[in-house]
Design a protein around this ligand. Structure first.
Ligand SMILES: [Cu+2]
Length: 634
């Protein structure tokens, strides 16, 4: 049975300003009042002014029931325009809450009334879609109880909402990044690192490595382009230690939500296995893990069963290892457990630089294709003789030619000293046919046994098709155990019938780090035509990440069916994270008329142009009405 703690019920009702919850048979109707307010945020490290809901950041936990109709009156108490977007909810586009796409936004002092049916269950969240109000604190959680019983048991539950509070306001951060893209990058390599590398790699290799990164106008440490934040759990900094209580032996459901502006987290609870039961609000076939990575804007529900009468630390390290969020699960208030140290910062590799984009997996050989770099220059992929004698047996018996390590200036790095370098060939199957022909366990086996990269020393890691082979970002569990992969996600119950896509749309994720401009297909939102879809289509989106940063791509209004090779069991998500140097596919049943946002969920990437409007043409008349909302610029 589900027991919601008393504290929770009281907190939800009070925080919500619940006006009425009328139960009439199966159809319920709830009315809620939310205000958008200036608030003070205290992280324990610093205090600043920010934006919140109902006088607090994070805002209330909204609890809905699948099948109910909700009316939400949102009053803007700020001195500027605002908005609320219901992240991951399937609703009519006029209710989606994106200024200039769904509606004009909410003016200062005004109230906008949202009204929509709740068609789904699970864990979601809501946030302002105006300016940098979300990084400034305007976010809250949504929990939707299903009509039918859950397919798993738990005794109590907690929302664990992560954020990356920064002492600077979003506007100030954007100004600084525009002025100097590495303004907030404190992990830059120093001249000392260079001498260390020279000793290891030899002077020539170290120099070439630096020149390669310089040509990219990026650094091996560009994993987090915004550092200096304090990670929060439910609004509390590491020292403020958010605590959730349990009775030993209980099953505790933790609803993790990453509401960060810019930060990916790797989450573990030392001493506890976590059973992942839901991703982005949709039930998945349970998978037991020791650690998982949560992209910006994703949600994961896990169940843990702490058996002992002691405290456990919820430890969420930022992907760049510059900071951590910390909370505690404990049988009593005031108990704490040991807090682990941050692990060493990963370094991006040449694989993350997209050295392998020219690789054609149909032929399994490196082509002589040139690679368009973000700044418009091109990189020759011609010099491959260093490894031409190396061939790799694939599970299907074909052979893959080893790829050389061409650097952007056309020179070549010698094969012997690749300490900081990655394998040029990646195992991401960007070719549709290959993808289908190979199951992912075979791919894993290939990397572990079939491919022996002894010459790369300890650099070779287990393959995961969602990371470039030998990516510096490829995670591993702190205790050596199981780290969740996108490949592990299988839908509990597919939402859609499996059918072939009607067409494919390629979206290259592009950027110019030096000028801090992020774009899609090299075009900023401001200069881009909308993506036009037809109601009834099933579109296959192909994301090719040509940048060195990981982008969490979020399509509003319709589900993103991640193609992770599990066919009809492919998981259904609202955010698809695309790592550097990889190609990722997702499919969408185009079943929601109107106009929608489609963007990278890193706030400062979306703002500079990694954003598109999607227009869905046709469909049921009462829903369509797209012409009613005029596009009024950006
Ligand atoms: Cu991005």
């Amino acid at each position: 049975m589900i027991t919601i703690t008393r504290q929770y019920v009281v907190g939800a009702v009070m925080g919500l300003g619940l006006v009425a919850a009328l139960g009439s048979g199966s159809a319920q109707a709830g009315e809620y009042n939310i205000t958008i307010d200036p608030v003070t945020i205290d992280t324990g490290d610093f205090t600043r002014s920010g934006v919140g809901f109902n006088g607090a950041s994070p805002g209330p936990v909204l609890r809905f029931k699948e099948g109910e109709n909700v009316t939400i009156n949102v009053t803007n108490n700020l001195s500027e325009d605002s908005s609320i977007h219901w992240h991951g909810l399937i609703l009519p586009f006029q209710q989606d809450g994106v200024p200039n796409i769904s509606y004009p936004g909410i003016k200062s002092g005004e109230t906008f009334t949202y009204n929509f049916p709740i068609k789904q269950s699970g864990t979601y969240w809501f946030h302002s879609h105006s300016g940098f109000q979300e990084p400034d604190g305007a976010y809250g959680a949504i929990v939707i109880e299903p009509k039918e019983r859950e397919p798993y048991r738990y005794d109590r539950e907690y929302v664990v909402q992560l954020a990356d509070a920064h002492p600077h306001s979003g506007n100030r951060i954007m100004r600084n990044l525009k002025m100097m893209a590495d303004y907030y990058n404190r992990k830059q390599q120093t001249v000392f690192d260079f001498f260390k590398d020279s000793e290891k790699m030899g002077l020539g290799a170290a120099l070439s490595d630096r020149m390669a990164w310089g040509d990219m106008r990026m650094m091996a440490t560009d994993i987090e382009d915004l550092q200096g934040f304090t990670p929060l759990i439910n609004g509390k900094g590491p020292d403020q230690n958010w605590t959730g209580l349990f009775k030993p032996g209980e099953r505790v459901r933790l609803r993790f939500i990453n509401s960060s502006a810019m930060t990916y987290f790797d989450i573990r609870i030392p001493g506890l296995k976590m059973t992942v039961v839901q991703a982005d609000g949709n039930n998945v076939q349970p998978v037991s893990v020791d650690e998982f990575r949560i992209a910006v804007a994703e949600t994961y529900d896990v169940i843990v069963r702490p058996a002992e009468d002691k405290a456990y630390t919820i430890f969420a390290e930022s992907m760049g290892r510059t900071a951590y969020a910390r909370g505690t699960l404990a049988p009593r208030e005031g108990l704490t457990a040991e807090v682990p140290d941050l692990r060493k910062s990963p370094l991006l590799t040449m694989a993350d630089m997209g050295m392998s984009h020219g690789m054609d997996h149909g032929a399994m050989a490196m082509g002589s294709a040139t690679h368009e770099m973000p700044d418009g220059s091109s990189m020759s992929g011609a010099a491959h003789d260093a490894h031409s004698s190396t061939t790799h047996k694939m599970p299907d018996g074909s052979e893959m030619k080893g790829a050389g390590h061409a650097v952007p200036d056309g020179s070549q790095m010698q094969g012997a000293e690749h300490q900081g370098m990655a394998q040029g060939g990646r195992h991401q199957m960007s070719d549709d046919a290959m993808m289908k022909g190979m199951d992912h366990s075979a791919q894993g086996a290939m990397a572990q046994s079939g491919m022996d990269h002894s010459m790369h020393g300890g650099m070779a890691k287990e393959a995961d098709s969602f990371y470039a082979f030998n990516s510096g970002l490829m995670p591993s569990a702190a205790n050596g155990g199981k780290f969740l992969s996108y490949n592990d996600l299988k839908a509990q119950k597919p939402l859609y019938k499996q059918r072939p896509p009607t067409r494919e749309i390629e979206l290259r994720l592009t950027g110019n780090m030096e000028r801090y401009i992020w774009s899609i297909n090299g075009v900023k939102f401001k200069d881009a035509e909308p993506i036009r879809l037809k109601y009834g289509e099933r579109v296959r989106f192909k994301f090719v990440n040509e940048t060195m940063m990981t982008h969490p791509m979020h399509l509003h209004g319709m589900w993103s069916i991640l193609d992770n090779g599990n066919g009809k069991w492919n998981p259904i998500k609202h955010v698809v994270s695309v790592s550097p140097g990889t190609t990722v596919y997702m499919e969408t049943e185009v079943d929601a008329p109107g106009q929608w946002a489609f963007h990278c969920h890193l706030s400062y990437h979306a703002d500079t142009g990694m954003f598109r409007k999607v227009v869905v043409e046709g469909g049921p008349k009462e829903q369509a009405d797209a012409s009613a909302v005029r596009h009024e610029g950006h």
